[in-house]
Design a protein around this ligand. Structure first.
Ligand SMILES: [Cu+2]
Length: 179
């Protein structure tokens, strides 16, 4: 007579353990996104850090030329060139209109324009107000989110995207990028 061990139980237990550790990392404090241009080349890095003094977005990137560029957090963590429409609309869990100068605004994903000097470098640290990383309305929902830089400055009022033109740089924020 043979005794068979119920080995099918082991994967189930392992699955539970994995789910528990996934919940435990929701307090993790830093997520990073590699930024890509429309042709797929690397354009820099963006980081969101949750700290005691607030949540901060920092950015080190290279623009195509000196100038001012619109920048937003978009709803989907997918950056497929060359047009990056895969990143979806602005991150907007409150269903508002676009723009801080719009009485019906603003989107959660609305951010100030960024400036590149003659060396084309964009370097900044910006405090995100009212920012939610996790939870059903958080940036890191099932499909993540994206940082998108546009070809023109945002006018802060035209719904839905501030008249900022094409998407030229894109980076994915996903919970797997935490660390
Ligand atoms: Cu945008």
């Amino acid at each position: 007579m043979r005794n068979y061990l119920p080995i099918f139980i082991l994967p189930i237990l392992a699955g539970c353990t994995t789910m528990q550790s996934a919940k435990a990392v929701e307090v993790s404090e830093v997520i990073t996104a590699d930024l890509a241009r429309a042709d797929g080349s690397w354009a820099g890095v963006a980081t969101i850090s949750q700290r005691k003094d607030g949540t901060f977005l920092s950015l080190s990137a290279e623009a195509p030329a000196a100038g001012s560029y619109g920048m937003h957090l978009h709803a989907v963590g997918k950056c497929q060139g060359p047009d990056f429409t895969s990143a979806g609309p602005h991150w907007n869990p409150d269903m508002k209109q676009h723009g801080r100068d719009n009485p019906m605004g603003a989107h959660h994903g609305d951010l100030p324009n960024v400036d590149a000097a003659a060396d084309r470098k964009i370097t900044l640290e910006y405090k995100l107000s009212d920012f939610m990383l996790s939870g059903p309305s958080g940036l890191l929902d099932a499909d993540g989110g994206a940082l998108v830089i546009h070809e023109k400055a945002d006018d802060y009022k035209t719904d839905p995207s501030g008249n900022s033109g094409k998407r030229i740089i894109c980076g994915v924020f996903k919970s797997g990028n935490r660390g």
